[in-house]
Design a protein around this ligand. Structure first.
Ligand SMILES: NC(=O)c1ccc[n+]([C@@H]2O[C@H](COP(=O)([O-])OP(=O)(O)OC[C@H]3O[C@@H](n4cnc5c(N)ncnc54)[C@H](OP(=O)(O)O)[C@@H]3O)[C@@H](O)[C@H]2O)c1
Length: 230
C-alpha cells in the first residue's frame, strides 16, 4: 500500500487529496496546522480504518518540519505532496506590504524545499519516489498578462525554479520532482467564481502524478496533463 504525506490537508485541495488517496487505498499522513480545529479531516481519518493519520505541521516553522521528520523517520513516503499555500493581499505597487511578501516566500517557496530536504530519505526508500509541489499558473512568467499579485506570483515562480533545481539534484537518486497547477478551483483561495470543483481538479492531478515517470522530472503540468510555459 503506497503512502503519501500531504501538507495543508485540512481544507480545500489538500482535504480532497486526502479523501481521494484514502479511497484509493493509500496510507495518508495528513498534515495541518491545527488538528483540533480540523474537524472534516478528523472525520475522514475516523472513517479510514487507520489509513489516514493526522499530524500537526505549520510549514512556516522549520523546527517543526524537522521534528516531524524525526517522528516519521521510519516511514517510506512514496509521494511527498507539498500542497499548503497562501495568497496574501500585499497591496499595490508603491505600497507593497513587504512582510506579507516575505511570509508568502516562507510558506509557498521555502517550506516545500525544506520538506523535501527533511523527508528525502523517507522518499528515497519508497517504491514510487515522487515529490510533487502544488504551484500555480500565476507563477508562470511567460503567461503573465495582467501583473499584480507580486507576492503570490513571485513565490510560485521561485518554487518553480527551486523544483527545477531539485529535479536535477535528485535525479541520481531516481526521485521524480513535479510541479502541478490545479486549475482555477472553488476553494477558500480560488473563490466562488472559479469554474472547477475540487474533486475534478484533484482527480486530474492524481492522474498526472500517477502517470509521471523519472523522464518527466522537472516538468510543470496542469491538472489535465498539459505542459505549461515557465
Ligand atoms: N484554488 C485555486 O484556484 C488554486 C489555483 C492555483 C494554485 N493553487 C494552489 O493549490 C494549493 C492549495 O490551495 P487551496 O485552493 O486548497 O487553498 P485554501 O483553500 O486556501 O487552503 C490552503 C491550505 O494551506 C494550508 N496552509 C496555509 N498556510 C499554512 C502553513 N503555514 N502551514 C501549514 N498549512 C498551511 C491551509 O491551512 P489553514 O486552514 O491552517 O490555513 C489550508 O489547508 C496552494 O498551494 C495554492 O497556491 C490553488
Amino acid at each position: 500500500m503506497p503512502t503519501t504525506l500531504i501538507t495543508g490537508a485540512n481544507r480545500g485541495l489538500g482535504l480532497e487529496f486526502v479523501r481521494q488517496y484514502a479511497e484509493a487505498g493509500w496510507r495518508v499522513l495528513a498534515c495541518c496546522r491545527d488538528p483540533r480545529a480540523a474537524t472534516d479531516l478528523a472525520a475522514l481519518a475516523g472513517a479510514s480504518g487507520g489509513r489516514v493519520t493526522v499530524h500537526a505541521l505549520d510549514v512556516e516553522e522549520p523546527a517543526r518540519i524537522e521534528t516531524l521528520g524525526r517522528e516519521l523517520a521510519g516511514e517510506a513516503i512514496d509521494l511527498l505532496l507539498n500542497n499548503a499555500g497562501i495568497y496574501v493581499r500585499e497591496g499595490r505597487f508603491g505600497e507593497l506590504d513587504l512582510a506579507a511578501w516575505e511570509r508568502s516566500f516562507r510558506v509557498n517557496t521555502l517550506a516545500p524545499v525544506r520538506m523535501a530536504e527533511v523527508f528525502l530519505e523517507q522518499v528515497a526508500r519508497s517504491e514510487r519516489r515522487q515529490v510533487v509541489n502544488v504551484t500555480s499558473l500565476m507563477g508562470s512568467i511567460g503567461d503573465n498578462q495582467s501583473g499584480g499579485s507580486y507576492a503570490y506570483r513571485s513565490s510560485k515562480a521561485a518554487l518553480n525554479m527551486a523544483t527545477a533545481c531539485m529535479a536535477l539534484d535528485l535525479r541520481p537518486r531516481r526521485i521524480t520532482c513535479l510541479l502541478v497547477h490545479p486549475g482555477w478551483v472553488k476553494t477558500d483561495m480560488g473563490g466562488a467564481q472559479a469554474p472547477l470543483e475540487a474533486p475534478e481538479s484533484v482527480r486530474g492531478m492524481r492522474q498526472v502524478i500517477d502517470r509521471a515517470t523519472l523522464e518527466d522530472t522537472g516538468k510543470f503540468f496542469d491538472y489535465e496533463g498539459d505542459v505549461l510555459p515557465w
